[in-house]
Design a protein around this ligand. Sequence first.
Ligand SMILES: NC(=O)c1ccc[n+]([C@@H]2O[C@H](COP(=O)([O-])OP(=O)(O)OC[C@H]3O[C@@H](n4cnc5c(N)ncnc54)[C@H](OP(=O)(O)O)[C@@H]3O)[C@@H](O)[C@H]2O)c1
Length: 331
Amino acid sequence: MSQYKAYEVVEVVKKKFKGAVVKKNVDELPPGEILVDVQYSSLNYKDALSANGNKGVTRHYPHVPGIDAVGTVIETESPDFSEGQTVLITGYDLGMNTSGGFSQRIRVPVSWAARLPVGMDPATSMRLGTAGLTAGLCVDALLKNGLEIDQGEVLVTGSTGGVGIIAVGILAKLGFKVTASTGKPEMENLLKTMGATEIVGRDEFSDPSTRPLLTERWAAAVDVVGGDTLFNVIKGLRYGGSVAACGLVQSPVFQASVLPFILRGVNLLGVDSVELPLMQKERIWNKLASEWKLEALDQVCTEIGFDQLEASLATVLSGAAVGRYVLNLQS
Ligand SMILES: NC(=O)c1ccc[n+]([C@@H]2O[C@H](COP(=O)([O-])OP(=O)(O)OC[C@H]3O[C@@H](n4cnc5c(N)ncnc54)[C@H](OP(=O)(O)O)[C@@H]3O)[C@@H](O)[C@H]2O)c1
């Protein structure tokens, strides 16, 4: 089958973007060693930006977004993979300026493709997707930096979103006391199902005040929000605590002072899941398939088809999304 379906975004008039499901031909795909029959993709905040014409993510349109994909190799020029093998691709340039996973076919360099970890099925890999990988990397960064159970509460911001809800789940599974910050108090039960022990309103962290420090509360934190929220989290870290920062939903800019760093020895740990070498991604995927496996994951995931994609992307962009959206390309 050389024809396939994809969700393509075009710039209809200057700065106005619109997506639609179109038929395309494999000849239109970029070069790469493996051609993949995509089974599932997933929706991430970056996909919502790309689908809405954010030139910081995608420079040229028409474009097929989708930074995640899992599927079967149908053509290969590489001895590393054989036809019929399942591959998992997240990040690098997929869905940014390379035709992405909102498509029944992708062609990618072999260096982007991970083997599906033992114990994980394709749908689960996309329930997690880049969000799950990033949550895992944040937890890994905190653990490497010395976080231990008896040190106290761990905060997760943006906790009903993709990265946040999975970070809550992994931390709770490891035995940490997790406090979830959210703008959706009505999701308390869902957050508790994932293992949160306490819920706090996101307004508690949005104050742009110039107070140099706050009461020491958090042993560690995972922050997906950025902006003033990130600095308020830093100001509330306990002596020697760390925050893993991976997101910018509030703002990519935050105004800070050095005081929490030089008076409390706290640490700001940057987390990137996109350009990370494949071997390091695979190490986290293997943990997600084994000791970090989340029993309640399907309860925070919604499976959609092409017909629900546009509306779901709008929900993600507005900050109203809860949990993860998995796109079934075979539906
Ligand atoms: N560094 C990396 O490699 C990497 C990888 C993946 C994602 N990210 C970034 O991480 C962030 C989260 O990604 P995601 O996929 O989890 O997004 P998401 O599913 O859209 O979740 C974001 C959550 O943030 C909260 N939120 C939204 N707008 C907010 C605002 N203005 N102020 C405060 N909180 C707000 C909401 O949760 P509540 O209602 O519960 O507060 C929302 O559900 C994004 O910035 C994304 O670009 C980075």
